[in-house]
Design a protein. Structure first.
Length: 148
């Protein structure tokens, strides 16, 4: 498929949107980059082609623009497997600590506590980098709409 061809680009975007909607519905964010139907560069190009084509033909509604912008920026949340595993374990450990009804001494000796304390710096860095990447993608997307 050619992401520069509007018809192919539409099909690429549709396939990506299905994966994105499934991942959101199943709370799979961040998600594994290898779960994407195409590589990130192909999806980015396809979204850009679609946005440009729709805007030029007068069919880019505000709702569709917002949807495509969200899809584009959501690419930042597709990470390498190891990072997704770390973030998932981190989130599960935090949830486990919230749900526990044990005392503070037992809590700080738990595996969940160790996981949080040992990985909090890295998890924070991953979250900051993902947020920065999402902002970069948002700026890229908004540049598509600049009148040339």
């Amino acid at each position: 498929m050619d992401p520069l061809d509007p018809a192919d680009a539409q099909q690429i975007v549709i396939q990506y949107a299905r994966v994105l909607e499934r991942d959101i519905a199943e709370s799979r964010h961040p998600a594994r980059v290898d779960s994407l139907p195409f590589g990130r560069p192909i999806i980015k190009t396809a979204i850009r082609t679609s946005v440009t084509h729709l805007a030029e033909s007068g069919l880019l509604t505000e709702d569709l623009r917002d949807y495509l912008e969200t899809a584009y920026t959501s690419l930042a949340e597709y990470l390498d497997d190891e990072l997704v595993t770390l973030m998932t374990k981190y989130r599960q450990s935090a949830e486990e600590l919230i749900d526990q009804t044990i005392g503070p001494h037992e809590r700080t000796g738990s595996g969940a506590w160790r996981m949080l304390t040992e990985s909090s710096t890295l998890a924070g860095e991953i979250a900051r980098n993902t947020t920065a990447e999402a902002e970069n993608l948002r700026s890229e997307f908004q540049s598509f709409l600049v009148v040339r």
